[in-house]
Write a protein that binds this ligand. Structure first.
Ligand code: SF4
Ligand code: SF4
Length: 256
């Protein structure tokens, strides 16, 4: 559960030294690491980067790594969603072309440490559900296509493991992180609803599907941003009633 001690700034050290998924060598089961290479035979993207992966950082996480010189030299793309709170939701997208060979070069962001699952925590820090950590994985499921990732079918066992051993996810039990995890849930739900309603896309398969998907995705047609903003404003209101303004810049947060 979220304790009063978690009013302090997020402890990114604990988050990044935590171990969440125990699948050493799983890259040998998916032809060399699909999650780092995205070399699926049906991906023939014109604009999305190939031969690598786009990694995503929460805003404060990105600054934590940047201060320590632990982000790629590739320019980051800052994505901002103003949902009406004191600070917008901000994520940084950065291309990673290390193809799985990041050990000793760059510290892995949280997303890579927890792949292929994304635990969604509720307002008290309870484990609500598990979602996909990648839009590709979620899409494979929605179009009923097989993912190259061999770990995703262990979702139920990880849900049980993290429920039975809540300390594993304790580093994430801060309202700032809970807010971003909830944002992933609402983005995923909106995406699921919008994609399934796109019969023009859902009729297609293979390369044809992914080529048209890429355009629709990049045009922002596969999310309902107004709905997501509305949901995020509710999440912010609920969390801030309990924890105060957890989105305030770090120097304004009360010290535990
Ligand atoms: S997490 Fe999945 S996609 Fe990534 S290396 Fe392991 S099996 Fe492959
Ligand atoms: S940081 Fe490492 S694990 Fe993450 S995408 Fe890059 S190579 Fe893969």
């Amino acid at each position: 559960m979220i304790s009063a001690a978690n009013y302090r700034p997020v402890d990114w050290n604990s988050i990044h030294s935590g171990e969440y998924v125990y699948e050493v060598g799983c890259w040998k089961t998916c032809d060399g690491g699909f999650c780092c290479k995205h070399d699926h035979p049906d991906f023939d993207f014109q604009f999305l980067p190939k031969n690598g992966s786009v990694i995503m950082y929460m805003e404060d996480e990105y600054h934590y790594f940047a201060k320590r010189g632990q982000v790629s030299s590739t320019p980051a793309q800052k994505i901002t969603l103003d949902f009406g709170g004191p600070r917008p939701l901000v994520v940084y997208h950065v291309f990673c072309g290390l193809l799985g060979r990041c050990d000793g070069v760059m510290e892995k962001p949280f997303l890579c440490k927890i792949y292929p699952f994304m635990p969604i925590l509720g307002a008290q820090g309870e484990l609500e559900s598990l979602w996909h950590a990648s839009i590709f994985e979620l899409t494979f499921e929605l179009v009923k296509s097989k993912t190259p990732c061999t770990v995703f079918n262990k979702l139920e066992s990880y849900k049980k493991l993290w429920t039975d051993n809540p300390r594993i996810l304790d580093p994430l039990r801060h309202p700032y992180v809970v807010f971003y995890l909830q944002a992933i849930k609402y983005f995923s739900r909106s995406y699921e609803k919008t994609l399934l309603a796109r019969s023009d896309l859902m009729r297609k398969s293979g390369k044809e599907f992914w080529s048209e998907w890429e355009i629709a995705y990049l045009r922002g047609e596969l999310f309902d941003l107004d709905e997501i903003k509305y949901e995020l404003s509710k999440v912010y209101r609920d969390l801030s009633q309990t924890y105060g303004d957890f989105l305030a810049p770090v120097h304004e947060l009360p010290v535990a």
